[in-house]
Ligand binder design. Sequence first.
Ligand SMILES: C[S@@+](CC[C@H](N)C(=O)[O-])C[C@H]1O[C@@H](n2cnc3c(N)ncnc32)[C@H](O)[C@@H]1O
Length: 216
Amino acid sequence: MTVLTARRTRWGLAAAGGAAAAAWWLGDRAPYPYAQRTLLDIPLPYLTCGRLDEVLRPRPGERILEIGPGTGLQSVHVAPQLGPAGRLDVVDIQPEMLDHVTRRAEERGIANITATESDARTLPFGEETFDAVYLVTALGEIPEPDRVLREVARVLAPMGRLVVGEFFDRHWIPFGRLHRLADASGLHLETRHGPTLAYLSRFRPCPRPGTVMSAV
Ligand SMILES: C[S@@+](CC[C@H](N)C(=O)[O-])C[C@H]1O[C@@H](n2cnc3c(N)ncnc32)[C@H](O)[C@@H]1O
């Protein structure tokens, strides 16, 4: 093999490796592995539970849906704020995650969390069921986030709110893309906290023709 051929082969292999890595980074949509669950308990900048409270504003008596709770870092923080008359539904595609949330809630004496195994692209709830829906570092991991947003718009009450938290990892949805997807699903932007690399944003269902709105 000449020096030139050897160099070309090395460059070819490097390019193929780079393309495979890029395809994995951009294309893989496997759910977050339960084996790596301990990492989920590390609070991310701009996405702390305190910030989630500011943007979601959970209130006693509300029924709220969390999609993709993982091990329940946010669930056990939000559910107690809903009180005994309120309820937090958590939906995840991985039963191990839901079992983890349920155990964690039991250890803390939290009795108002209901766990349901489901794919977020087909939510097992009726129209206008929830006062609020939230997803933290979950939307980008789910294939077809546009379908998830349409489902969220369907299950949200007319004055409900959606909060989406995204962080720069390989499943990250840049804020601009989320804004466009939400718009197309009938959800309009109300506020965004944090830079595009790590943000929490709140949306509301777009008013239906003839509706008189009074936001809280
Ligand atoms: C990165 S974890 C985020 C966990 C948690 N929200 C947090 O911030 O710690 C993403 C979660 O979304 C769930 N998930 C992935 N695909 C899903 C789908 N199609 N439907 C419902 N949940 C899904 C995963 O099982 C996982 O629990």
